[in-house]
Ligand binder design. Structure first.
Ligand code: FMN
Ligand code: MN
Length: 479
């Protein structure tokens, strides 16, 4: 975290705020203005003086493509994607299962396993256990006016499967109820929830939460890795350096030795408590609902920790860039399973699960529908509500271009498919919780293989010789 902050600062990507600010809404408003303002002002922020707390708060650390690349120690996000794709070559595995197995083998072969250190763990320089634990000492933010309380927004929630012992690390927000109790917002589709269902009734599920530490691990907690792939193995591979782990002081789980703060505790599989509302990354408040509860047994930390937080709300905000990193990094994997896909994009306005734009090489009747169904069966893309498919020569990141094709190329009855399926837990447009309909829109140009009987009109393009001539004479025109 310290190296990351220093790297951002030396690149002019971080600003320090030295005057006192409040953790209650004020940091949100400041950060939001930077997230939505001109790119030249969109910087990471380090609040050195948070009223009532000794610990500084960092926000917007991951809030641009370049900061994301710095976080992963890479030249660019596409470069990380190419490295990941190369893990799987030369023999092309076939089918999603094979690709996932090869991904696991590739990561393991890269020897980026987390390893245990028994001393020199900064995250345990200060150890507080039992009744002495005080969450109120952490500068946890109240993000939006109608929020149900203060929320930890960049946590790495560490659990393990009771049978296989396989670790999962997910970023699930935590609502502070009191000094030793938090709401655990792992949604039904996510790894933490799935593992929690495997613990026997009456058991105490051990949970550790790391905050801060290596930013590559923080990103990995947000990445949609298939179950069975350890996010900390992935973080070590990203960073090309194995993660240093240490045994928790009160839980049977390893925690990142370099974290700024670690919370340890347990979840009772049967207990539920009202969580929310929370001003969410959808741009709406997600309403209060029943979620599990995390009871703390220890709080350990660095002597001088830094508390990183993210603010989410109406897009674009920082989470767009974390998701954008995933979009870029996992494109080569997606293309291994579905080679006709050229590129894809999840625009900020679609808050990930509402809209996926795919460009593809269309070869046979029904091919566009096949790609829609592929999206609806690929990891977390499976929850996406609207898929827009364009031809291979259309850039899915160019929203004007996509809108132009989607409005003009589509016959609604012929070119839409509507199916039922799972939706993101945060979707509020659908008729019921996490279930509803999905639409695929075929915005490709049509021809014989689509059953289109008329000639398709050509695009209007200028003669390149004239373009070149006008280019050359541009100054002469005096415009
Ligand atoms: C800032 C941020 C906050 C998030 N909050 C939640 C959350 O509260 N609950 C949740 O289930 N997923 C949340 N997510 C998404 C998960 O972290 C993401 O789906 C991740 O892949 C989950 O890991 P898993 O596949 O191991 O469950 C959040 C993501 C980000 C970037
Ligand atoms: Mn996982």
């Amino acid at each position: 975290m310290r190296d990351f902050v220093a790297a951002l600062e030396s690149r002019g990507e971080l600003r320090r705020v030295r005057v006192p600010v409040s953790a209650d809404l004020e940091i949100t408003e400041i950060t939001d203005r930077l997230s939505k303002g001109p790119a030249a002002l969109n910087r990471a922020l380090l609040f050195e003086n948070v009223r009532g707390f000794d610990i500084p708060v960092a926000t917007n650390l991951f809030g641009s493509a370049s900061r994301m690349a710095v976080a992963l120690g890479a030249a660019s996000l596409d470069a990380v994607g190419e490295r990941l794709g190369a893990l799987l070559s030369p023999e092309l595995p076939r089918g999603a299962r094979a690709v996932m197995d090869r991904l696991r083998m590739g990561l393991e072969a890269a020897r980026s396993f987390p390893h245990r250190v028994d001393k020199d763990a900064p995250c345990q320089e200060v150890v507080v256990t039992g009744d002495a634990v005080r969450l109120s000492e952490l500068p946890i933010l109240k993000c939006w006016p109608e929020d149900g309380g203060r929320y930890i927004t960049l946590p790495l929630v560490i659990t393990r499967d009771p049978a296989s012992g396989v670790r999962n690390v997910g970023m699930y927000r935590l609502q502070e109820y009191d000094d030793r109790t938090l709401g655990m917002h792992w949604q039904i589709h996510k790894g933490g929830a799935e593992q929690s269902e495997r613990w026997a009734p009456g058991s105490r599920i051990p949970v550790a939460v790391a905050i801060g530490g290596d930013p590559a691990a923080t990103y990995a907690a947000s990445a949609p890795l298939p179950p069975g792939i350890d996010e900390f193995l992935f973080a070590g591979w990203l960073r090309k350096r194995r993660m240093r782990m240490v045994r928790g002081v009160t839980v049977d789980l390893d925690v990142p030795a370099d974290a700024d703060v670690v919370l340890e505790g347990w979840v009772d599989p049967a207990e539920r408590r009202t969580e929310g509302p929370f001003g969410d990354h959808t741009g709406y408040y997600s309403l209060a609902d029943e979620y599990p509860v995390l009871h703390l047994t220890a709080l350990t930390r660095r002597r001088e920790p830094l508390y990183p937080a993210t603010l989410v709300g109406r897009p674009p905000m920082e989470d767009f860039w974390l998701g954008h990193a995933t979009e870029r990094i996992f494109l080569p994997l997606l293309r291994l399973v579905q080679p006709e896909i050229v590129d894809y994009h999840m625009p900020a306005e679609g808050v990930f699960h509402n809209c996926v734009i795919v460009s593809m090489r269309k070869r046979y009747p029904g091919h566009v529908a096949k790609v829609c169904f592929a999206v609806w069966s690929t990891m977390q893309l499976a929850n996406s509500k609207c898929v827009i498919v364009v031809d291979e020569d259309i850039d899915p990141h160019d929203l004007r271009e996509v809108a132009f094709r989607a409005f003009s190329n589509v016959d609604p009855r012929r070119d839409t498919i509507i199916v039922d399926g799972p939706l993101d837990v945060l979707d509020h447009g659908g008729p019921s919780f996490a279930r509803g309909s999905k639409m695929g829109i075929d915005a490709t140009r049509k021809g014989a293989l689509d059953g289109y009987q008329r000639p398709w009109p050509p695009d209007i393009l200028m003669d390149p010789r004239v373009v070149e001539q006008v280019e050359r004479r541009w100054k002469e025109y005096g415009l």
